[in-house]
Design a protein around this ligand. Structure first.
Ligand SMILES: [Zn+2]
Length: 133
């Protein structure tokens, strides 16, 4: 299993585990044991320089901080355009950027509650996206 609509994350052991967890219904990020910074998608090294990281399960709900339609996407996503993307503040205060599906621009407002869902993309890919609650 690979992540995303196209290969946007490197196929490291960290990302392999992230994708396996996602495929089993868990949205997992990493947290720095030294400074507490959280990364979703996960990272093996923190911005503080530490590689002492631990996995954590991220909350699946949050509120829209900002959103925008993408009308001129990268070529690999052109068949999905126009589509919406949003930055969501999850319940643990971390922020996540993803596609927001099943909506149109005029139905959206900042602060709306969304949940993170996973979507199989073709036979061997999985992605996460937001859906209004
Ligand atoms: Zn750190």
């Amino acid at each position: 299993m690979k992540f995303g609509y196209v290969s946007c994350l490197p196929e490291t052991p960290l990302i392999t585990r992230f994708v396996e967890e996602l495929n089993n219904g868990r949205l997992m990020g990493t947290k720095c044991e030294k400074c507490g910074a959280k990364y979703l998608p996960p990272r093996a090294h923190c911005k503080c320089g530490s590689a002492d990281i631990k996995w954590y399960e991220a909350p699946r709900r949050g509120k829209i901080l900002t959103y925008t339609p993408v009308v001129v996407p990268p070529e690999s996503m052109s068949k999905y355009a126009p589509y919406m993307v949003a930055v969501v503040k999850l319940e643990d205060k971390t922020r996540l950027l993803a596609q927001l599906t099943g909506v149109t621009l005029n139905m959206l407002r900042v602060g709306m509650l969304v949940q993170v869902i996973t979507r199989r993309v073709g036979a061997d890919r999985i992605a996460y996206e937001f859906k209004l609650v």
